[in-house]
Design a binder for this molecule. Structure first.
Ligand code: G4P
Length: 533
């Protein structure tokens, strides 16, 4: 039997935001709707609080908690919805980038007062790169914030995506009355102390009717009429295909903490968001309807208990049907593997599953067989593309403090890199290990874990590299010349790709100018980059 019914039911997405915009609150409200949790507060702990920036014990605790909430699945309106959690903390941005390779769409939460913030911009760049369909939820409408038209302009100019408001707020802050759903022609009235979780929806096909004046007051009604007229003049009507192509982002307004506009968002999401989409592999495009199973690992989570070195590898299923206790082909290792306890995640409950379908994420217990980006198939030999490494921002040289433990250190560092905790670059002369991360936090995680899990002690010596750039060329002679000229700055990444560690923007520009035959890539996903440019 074909899997198409199961595929069509699934919606796999991620919620992204700058910290504090309301991602956790929105996630929680969505789970309440789906009946996956019974009370508010259940997801809260998932968040690494800002105060924990240098408290690695706290990180360890958080790591444990976030396994359970890495994937949150629930049923709503006949759909199976899989929310993939993305860490909000900027030091874990790399984790978020990788998770974005496993989703089919994204909900981006914006705080109405703060508008587009740094983290939002970076995350959106990744979505744009991958042409991921994005819905924007403007949150905290119960607070005063930016004027809605200004905010839409900001979204378009800073995030570089066309927007299309599908709902429109009536006032904000103390004067917030609710939103008018342009798409459904419904009025959703706001009451701050509402007890139920469902929106208070009133259908209103004619904005000119007196009913509107009665419901929200004459001045507000007139203002709304005027604004909707402006919207119709300025923005093109919503076309689902533009949203699915990642070209237009529909916008909703609400207040997650007040449970307002969340149901509206969820209903629209179920209606317009894509069911699982295919992925490119090195030799072909794999579609969800392809009969043979395939999937890729986008996240690896270490076990908290150092005595049990096993880990959980998170596998996104791309095609076919995954079944428990069935042999699959680990393509990189050329090895057959079967999984007696594949786990699914329904909010906070983990359970062993018998089968899973495209769009689903299963947790596989792993004893160091997997690396991020690995492909599993039903026998075919291909690898999924596009789990990129981005240039780190902080670089440190790893120094072994206990020469008797260099084997443990080596093993530990390799395994942590397989999990994607940070990136390792081996400087060619002297085999020196340079660790690159996007945040300071990872160095604490690495030394803590090397010590506690592998019994190896290390120290980090800061290096003032500015960027790691992956080099490609067809001109071998020029490459050799470059390598000779820059010996001290040439390293290899974990897959033996050649990397130039540039100390300043200026030196990078000089290299680009002096060696036009070489290309310096800011991410390891060259193909992806080429497609975007
Ligand atoms: P994050 O995951 O994106 O980091 O944000 P989170 O949901 O934790 O929300 C950040 C803060 O914003 C929280 O307050 C949360 O209650 C508040 N918040 C979320 N949605 C809304 C909204 O619609 N309106 C208003 N006014 N506030 C909202 P906090 O004080 O940091 O935490 P807590 O003590 O409330 O848990």
């Amino acid at each position: 039997m074909s899997n198409s019914i199961e595929i069509e039911k699934r919606r796999t997405f991620g919620i992204i935001s700058h910290p504090d915009a309301g991602k956790t609150t929105l996630t929680e409200k969505l789970l309440l709707f789906g009946g996956a949790i019974q009370s508010a507060g259940a997801v809260k702990n998932n968040k690494i609080k800002k105060t924990a920036t240098s408290d690695f014990m706290e990180i360890e605790k958080q790591r444990g908690i976030s396994v359970a909430t890495s994937v949150m699945a629930f049923h709503y309106n006949g759909k199976q919805i899989n929310i993939l959690d993305t860490p909000g903390h900027k030091d874990f941005a790399e984790d978020t980038f990788r998770t974005l390779t496993a989703v089919d769409s994204v909900i981006l939460v914006i705080d109405v007062a703060s508008g587009v913030e740094a983290q939002t911009k970076r995350l959106m760049e990744v979505c744009r790169m991958r042409k991921t369909p994005v819905i924007i939820f403007v949150n905290k409408m119960d607070r005063d914030g930016k004027e809605s038209f200004d905010l839409l302009d900001e979204l378009e100019s800073v995030l570089k995506i066309k927007v299309c408001p599908l709902s429109w707020p009536i006032g904000m802050g103390d004067r917030f009355k609710g939103v008018y759903n342009i798409y459904k022609k419904e009025l959703n009235l706001f009451s701050p102390n509402k007890t139920g979780i469902s929106d208070d929806l009133q259908s209103l096909s004619d904005l000119n009717s007196n009913e509107l004046d009665e419901m929200i007051g004459k001045d507000e009604a007139d203002e709304l009429r005027e604004e909707i007229e402006m919207i119709e003049g300025v923005y093109d009507p919503f076309k689902r295909e533009d949203y699915l192509a990642g070209e237009v982002a529909p916008v909703f307004f609400g207040s997650a903490v007040n449970n307002f506009g969340v149901q509206e968002l969820l209903n629209a999401f179920c209606e317009i968001s894509p069911s699982p989409i295919g992925r490119d592999a090195d030799t072909k495009r794999v579609e969800p309807t392809d009969p043979k199973f395939s999937g890729f690992v986008f996240k690896i989570h270490a076990n908290l208990d150092p005595k049990h070195r096993d880990r959980i590898a998170f596998l996104r299923i791309v095609s076919g049907k995954f079944q428990r206790n069935t042999f699959y082909n680990h393509v990189r290792n050329e090895k057959k593997m079967k999984f007696p306890n594949p786990t699914s995640f329904m909010a906070q409950d983990k359970s062993v599953i018998e089968e899973a379908y495209p769009g689903d994420v299963v947790g596989l217990y792993d004893s160091n067989n997997f690396k991020i980006g690995d492909t599993l198939t039903e026998g075919e030999k291909f690898n999924f593309k596009g789990i990129p490494s981005f240039s780190p921002e902080i670089f440190m040289e790893l120094e072994n403090l206990d020469p008797m433990k260099s084997k443990q250190l080596d093993k530990g560092i390799r395994q942590l890199m397989d999990e994607g905790v940070a990136q390792l670059f081996i400087l060619q002369p002297g085999n020196r290990k340079i660790i690159g991360t996007v945040g300071q936090l990872q160095f604490e995680v690495i030394s803590y874990r090397l010590d506690h899990e592998y019994g190896a002690k290390c120290r980090f010596v800061p290096k003032n590299y500015h960027k790691a750039c992956w080099i490609t060329t067809t001109d071998d002679a020029k490459l050799e010349e470059f390598k000779r000229a820059k010996t001290r700055y040439i390293a290899k990444d974990k897959d033996d790709n050649l990397v130039f560690l540039a100390e300043t923007t200026f030196l990078l520009q000089m290299a680009e100018q002096d060696y036009p035959e070489l290309t310096f890539h800011k991410t390891s996903a060259f193909k992806l980059e080429e497609e975007i440019n």
